[in-house]
Design a binder for this molecule. Structure first.
Ligand SMILES: O=C1CC[C@@H](CCC(=O)N2CCC(COc3ccc(F)cc3Cl)CC2)N1
Length: 304
């Protein structure tokens, strides 16, 4: 309990955290959480990791579908995003996102110790998911990656630009580069408009220091991929201009996993789950089918 008389900690939107579902991370920052709990006994836990500059609200439709299948879905706004505390879309070390995800996952596992755990990650949330699963290789029944950040986009990260980013990072780390161009998120104009209008999204420029953390995460994944052995499903659009599909192809081709699947969406843009209706529908179908197929049969079923 806060000491008497202390002002209550409030979200960036001014709401006291005592009124919001939240966890407090290892640095004492409050992270806003969302939970989608099925009525009956849940069959599995699903953690959703959102991408850079967004928050976990836009995953409500996906989470509702998973809840209808008796899956207990949970998520939080990463540090510096949405209704969580922290400097907007900035992070001192990418590992903080992974540490906080493991904290939330461990909390939910302690409440449901016998349930299998899945992670669903999009874009930067895909990188968080991959590195989280790499830290606990035996802990996850499966990882679903929607247009994950695995490799830098060669157009936006030419050797010259990478060199300049590293140079600038030493001189003016808070300098901002371009912001995420929302027109490349989806071919569905309504989705782009909803993203642009959502005040919980960060619409400012990307700090050089944040870009450096993303680059460091990309380098870590490159080292980890040859030892990835957990089951995963990759969904990627081949017209994605924000996270190059070559990263997903490289992960699918170079990971030793024996249980891996990649589905390419011709013409698909970055946020596939919010792309044209038929694509968004297919993504939900692929994802829910793959997860339910990967829920281990319980001992009681095996006994029957
Ligand atoms: O639905 C939605 C709404 C938000 C969006 C998710 C966005 C997201 O997470 N991205 C896309 C941009 C990508 C830029 O990458 C870099 C930039 C500079 C740099 F120096 C090194 C890198 Cl790697 C990082 C991952 N999806």
């Amino acid at each position: 309990m806060p000491e008497p008389g202390a002002a209550p900690r409030r979200s960036p939107q001014g709401v006291p955290y005592s009124d919001l579902p939240h966890i407090v991370n290892a640095d004492g920052l409050h992270l806003f959480c969302r939970y989608w709990e099925p009525a009956g006994q849940p069959r599995a836990l699903v953690f959703i990791a959102h991408g850079a500059g967004e928050h976990c609200g836009p995953y409500d439709e996906m989470a509702q579908k998973l809840k209808e299948l008796s899956l207990l879905v949970f998520a939080h706004d990463h540090v510096g995003h949405g209704q969580s505390e922290g400097d907007r879309m900035n992070i001192k070390d990418f590992q903080i996102y992974i540490r906080d995800s493991l904290q939330h996952i461990d909390l939910m596992k302690s409440r449901h110790p016998d349930l299998p755990v899945f992670i669903v990650g999009h874009s930067m949330g895909g990188a968080i998911s991959i590195l989280t699963a790499c830290e606990r290789p035996g802990d996850f029944a499966g990882v679903v990656l929607i247009a994950p950040l695995v490799q830098m986009n060669p157009e936006s990260a030419t050797p010259f630009k990478v060199f300049m980013a590293k140079l600038l990072n030493h001189m003016v780390p808070s300098l901002t580069m371009g912001s995420i161009e929302s027109k490349w998120l989806s071919r569905d104009k309504r989705q782009v408009e909803a993203y642009d209008a959502d005040e919980l999204n960060y619409h400012g420029g990307m700090r050089v220091s944040f870009g450096m953390q993303l680059m460091a995460a990309v380098e870590r994944m490159e080292r980890e991929i040859p030892s990835i052995s957990w089951p995963f499903l990759l969904l990627h659009g081949d017209a994605d201009k924000l996270c190059d599909i070559r990263g997903s192809r490289m992960m699918h081709d170079n990971s030793p996993s024996t249980d891996k699947k990649i589905k390419i969406y011709e013409g698909g843009y970055h946020a596939l789950h919010h792309d044209l209706p038929e694509v968004a529908e297919s993504v939900l179908k692929e994802l829910t089918t793959w997860i339910t197929e990967h829920i281990p049969a319980t001992t009681s079923q095996e006994a029957q």
